[in-house]
Design a protein around this ligand. Structure first.
Ligand SMILES: C[S@@+](CC[C@H](N)C(=O)[O-])C[C@H]1O[C@@H](n2cnc3c(N)ncnc32)[C@H](O)[C@@H]1O
Length: 222
C-alpha cells in the first residue's frame, strides 16, 4: 500500500472531488450497479441477523452507525428496519442532504448526520451496537484504516459488532485512479484488522454478484 499511495493529501482530496461530482442516487453510490442493491442488502440482513438478539454474546439493536453512508442506501433498507436509532457519517455533504428526503418518514429515527472523513472521525465511545462500514475502506490509507478501526472498537457498546463489507483484490493492492481508492487483497485486510486489536469472528463471500466486478467479502469483527 505504501508504494501505491504516493501523496496522501492528494489521495484524499481527489476522492472528495470525485464523490462531489457523483449523482446522489443508489446507482451513483454503486458506480452504475444500482441493480445489485437488493441482493446486497438481503445478504447483509441474513449475515447481521445471526448476531442480533438478547443474552450473552448477542448484539443489541439500539443504535447503529453507517460509515461512508452516502445517501443512506444501507441505512434505509438494512439498519433503520433493525435498529432504534441510526447515525450516518460521510465526507460528502450533498449525499447527507439527500439522505434527509431519501430516508423518508423513518429517517426521523436518524440520530446524527456527521459530515466528516473517516480518517478524522471519532465515534462516541460506547454508543454503538453495530458499526457498518461498506464500500469505503479503500478510501483510507492502511494507517488511517487501522486507527479508524481502533476508534470504532472504542465506539462499541457491550456485545457490539463492527461489520466491514468491501471489494477484495485477487492479489496485492490495486489503485483506482478514477475515484482515488485502493482495493486490497483479503490477507491484507485481515492483517489490518488484527493490527487494530480486533478479531474476525465471521467471514462470508457475497454470492450472486455480476462476474465482472471484484469479489466482495463481509467480515464481522469484535
Ligand atoms: C461507493 S460509495 C458507498 C456508499 C454506501 N456505503 C453504500 O454502500 O451505498 C462510497 C461513499 O464513501 C464516501 N467517502 C469517500 N471517502 C470517504 C472518507 N474518507 N470518509 C468518509 N466517507 C468517504 C463517499 O462520499 C461515498 O458516499
Amino acid at each position: 500500500m505504501v508504494d501505491v499511495v504516493e501523496d496522501e493529501t492528494a489521495f484524499y482530496s481527489k476522492a472528495e472531488q470525485y464523490w462531489q461530482d457523483v449523482q446522489p442516487t443508489v446507482d451513483g453510490m454503486l458506480g452504475g450497479y444500482g441493480s445489485i442493491s437488493t441482493v446486497d442488502i438481503n445478504s447483509s440482513k441474513k449475515f447481521l441477523q445471526k448476531f442480533l438478539g438478547e443474552g450473552k454474546g448477542k448484539t443489541g439493536t439500539g443504535c447503529a452507525l453507517d460509515c461512508g453512508a452516502g445517501i443512506g442506501r444501507i441505512t434505509k433498507r438494512l439498519l433503520l428496519p433493525l435498529f432504534r436509532t441510526v447515525d450516518l457519517v460521510d465526507v460528502t455533504q450533498e449525499f447527507l442532504d439527500k439522505a434527509c428526503s431519501y430516508l423518508g418518514e423513518e429517517g426521523k429515527r436518524v440520530g446524527n448526520f456527521f459530515c466528516c472523513g473517516l480518517q478524522d472521525f471519532e465515534p462516541q465511545p460506547g454508543r454503538y451496537d453495530v458499526i457498518w462500514i461498506q464500500w469505503v475502506i479503500g478510501h483510507l490509507t492502511d494507517e488511517h484504516l487501522v486507527s479508524f478501526l481502533q476508534r470504532c472498537r472504542a465506539g462499541l457498546s457491550p456485545g457490539g459488532l463492527i461489520v466491514v463489507k468491501d471489494n477484495v483484490a485477487y492479489e496485492g493492492v490495486v489503485l483506482d485512479e478514477v475515484d482515488s481508492s485502493v482495493c486490497r487483497e483479503l490477507p491484507l485486510v485481515r492483517e489490518l484488522v488484527l493490527r487494530a486489536g480486533l478479531q474476525v469472528i465471521r467471514e462470508e463471500r457475497q454470492e450472486n454478484f455480476p462476474e465482472e466486478i471484484y469479489q466482495v467479502y463481509t467480515l464481522a469483527l469484535r
